[in-house]
Design a protein around this ligand. Structure first.
Ligand code: HEM
Length: 367
């Protein structure tokens, strides 16, 4: 089957076979202006790293900390505090607290717990699989944070509804749902904190011991842990399932050498990653290798074009602190599900998105 090449880095994200296109982007200049998209593209390992390392390349446009459509809303209140969405002094310490707390998570224990959860919820159809790739990572994070199992389904629903506010593709109804979900999530975490039942040793307990350091951003950044987990880890799981389908010898190899599961997941993160691009905005004129980008410009940082450099978890000041956690969760789920999925006829395409590659499965075979 001949596929038409993606037209641009946004349509590449959900294209069936975008990686030749990404390789061609990487062969071009590391930084170029795209007149059709009216923005800059940073491509290849060199372009991606240079922009993500540059102090004047910020996660938000100058003077617009919160998107206009979210200003003054519950989603906007969360957005304003997220370390992911901010640069600058006020966020340095909260960022360290989160990274330290995530770094202390007992990954072996997380994997054992997640295996148990995933084993109790083996998807029996394509529809259940589509739910499960989102739910299980969120259940695992909710458990890690100290929420009781009865609360996990609602938290997962609210998180999925909340992340709609982060996508430019969302419609009015989805944005309204995101606002309700934002309130519900803030209340959920507020309740957990007030009850003082942060389970000793839980991720929440280790963040709460540094409540002062987190300032006003505590609740928002706890919500952020769920929202950052949501699409990205669903994509990792889904893309790993696609890899098992397209490389039929893989499952037999993994059965013979189960210790290779983590390596398989790392390869998926590298060869078919779930986050394909991110954005930066120039706070002042910036020069890279003789190319001058004026202040106030948007740069689409095409992480998926970085090839072997494996920048799917970002780089520099905003690098993902959840990589090991995501891999532990995904390993546990795949190990628990791979036998059950083996005989299931699955076709897939991708959920509409400008940056996240998440398969949506249907019963059948891909054409
Ligand atoms: C396969 C799964 C995941 C992928 C591919 C992924 C990818 C990324 C990327 C690319 C960034 C940087 C974005 C940018 O610089 O513009 C990021 C940031 C972040 N991720 Fe992840 N992530 C994943 C899972 C997780 C999980 C499970 C957590 C939480 C436990 C998490 C927490 C965060 C946080 C808090 C940030 C913001 C860091 C900062 O701005 O300082 N991520 N992630």
């Amino acid at each position: 089957m001949h596929l038409v090449d993606p037209a641009d880095p946004f349509s590449a994200v959900t294209h069936m076979a975008p990686y030749d296109y990404y390789r061609r982007l990487a062969d071009g200049p590391p930084l170029r202006f795209d007149a059709t998209l009216d923005c800059w593209l940073a491509t290849g390992a060199a372009g991606v790293q240079a922009v993500l390392e540059h102090p004047a390349c910020r996660v938000r446009p100058p003077g617009l900390a919160v998107p206009q459509n979210l200003a003054g809303t519950p989603c906007g209140a969360i957005f304003a505090e997220l370390v992911r969405m901010n640069d600058g002094e006020r966020h340095v310490v909260p960022k360290q607290v989160l990274a330290r707390a995530l770094g202390q998570v007992d990954l072996l224990r997380l994997q054992v717990q997640t295996s148990r959860m995933a084993g109790d919820r083996v998807p029996a159809s394509a529809a259940q699989l589509n739910e499960a790739i989102f739910q299980l990572p969120l259940f695992a994070m909710a458990d890690l944070l100290g929420f009781a199992p009865a609360q996990w389904p609602a938290l997962a629903e609210w998180t999925r509804a909340f992340v709609a506010c982060l996508s430019p593709l969302s419609n009015g109804e989805q944005l309204a749902g995101a606002q309700e979900a934002a309130d519900a999530l803030l209340q959920g975490f507020g309740h957990l904190l007030r009850e003082g039942d942060a389970r000793p040793g839980s991720l929440l307990a280790s963040i709460v011991t540094e409540t002062d350091a987190m300032g006003n951003g505590l609740l928002a950044n706890l919500v952020g842990l769920l929202s950052q987990t949501c699409d990205a880890t669903a994509g990792l799981l889904g893309n790993a399932i696609v890899a098992l389908r397209t490389q039929p010898e893989l499952l037999a190899q993994l059965r013979a050498t189960p210790e290779r599961w983590p390596a398989m997941l790392r390869e998926v993160s590298q060869c078919d990653p779930s986050v394909h691009n991110t954005r930066r905005y120039t706070a002042q004129d910036v020069e890279f290798d003789g190319v001058r980008v004026p202040a106030g410009q948007m740069i689409v940082v095409v992480l998926a074009s970085a090839g072997q450099a494996a920048l799917g978890f970002g780089h520099g000041r905003h690098v993902c602190p959840g990589q090991s956690i995501a891999h532990a969760i995904a390993t546990a789920c795949l190990q628990a599900w791979s036998d059950g999925l083996e005989g299931m006829p699955l076709a897939w395409r991708y959920l509409p998105s400008l940056n996240a590659r998440i398969p949506v499965f249907t019963q059948g075979e891909n054409a």
